[in-house]
Design a protein around this ligand. Sequence first.
Ligand SMILES: [Zn+2]
Ligand SMILES: [Zn+2]
Length: 427
Amino acid sequence: MADEKAEPQVIRAPKGTHDVLWPESARWEALVAAFSGRARRAGFGLTITPVFEDARLFRRGIGGDSDVVSKEMYEFTDRDERPLALRPEGTAPIVRAFVQHNPPVPWKAWYLTPAFRYERPQAGRYRQHHQLGVEVLGTEDADLDVEVIALAARFYADLGLRRIDLAVNSMGCGEDRARYVDVLRAFLTEHAAELCDEHRQRFTTHPLRVLDCKRPACRAVTENAPRLVDYLDESCAAHFTRVRTGLDALGIVYRLEPRLVRGLDYYTRTTFEFAASALDAAQNAIGGGGRYDGLSEAIGGPPNPGIGFGIGIERLLLACDAEGCFAVTPTPADAFVIDLTGGEQARDLVDELRQAGLVALRAYDGRSPKSQMKQADRSGARFAVIVGTEELSTGVVTLRPLRDPGEQETVPRRDIAARLSPLSSEG
Ligand SMILES: [Zn+2]
Ligand SMILES: [Zn+2]
């Protein structure tokens, strides 16, 4: 038996999770602000749903035999034996909330959420990762497909990403797909011997998943497979044409990828995926989504068309690193107050400056003048605001530039907030 006393006492974050600390988190704040700005301008509202849900929601909404649900989902029962799961993705909970509350349509929701998957941890892949996304429910207008894809594309551009590959496809409706699956199954049967080990055995039950297989053997076969887009009926073909015309009109560059499919029945029509060309091909997906006109019914609601996408934040930031863009530096403080009279002046002055909308810092624990000055330098603040005994008795403060060249000056204490405000300091 292990010696209890030899056990390490420090508790660390669970395997596959990570902390985002200041100042790295400044990048997250800026990322979320860029996304929420775009989403708000397109009529989306922030939507917050529980981190855990009835486990059946994901079994029905993602598919019980998918890897995500059968191998990766965190499932547990609570003290009343309710079957629950930590959300592995963002869409099913939003559709569940829509069905439950029945808001007016079109309902446009954006979200920021952690997502949980029991995966083998690797670069950019965590057991708790974070997603940004949007969903639109209640309309099948193809212009919304264009809006949703444009929102994601413009957001990537906002971050400075240039090497983005957008793949687009249409999966048609249930009838189109049934017709196509027969043709695809026949094609795969002819080429069964050439498929990868997994799909050689299993292609008959889920032929569409072979299209999604990234192994070279399957890729080589599906290169020449019949294309789903060639089996669309009139209305699905018209829908897809409208989507493509819209993307062209907005100047959004994309390529048609006939193999971009999702293996479940409730995914319909438009499907799309963004990849970062600056990342390794195996790990370069930075967002994707599509229509799911059958999902509402799959989880027990009335028929309701919907479309949306999800973006993994960690992977997206890796893509930014790879392109050397979106290097956010925290905004420096406006002032660091140095109090040589005992601390009461610093206490009052930082409050005054903060009330005036400025970022004001100070030292604590009765530090020496030298130590306070050192902290002020290290803080990156624009100015040190110094209050000594003499300043205190004459109602002034000494203002010393810390970042930019310039002489220190004496400023009446009552003018200091105005003097430090961005508008007045520019002149
Ligand atoms: Zn159709
Ligand atoms: Zn395969």
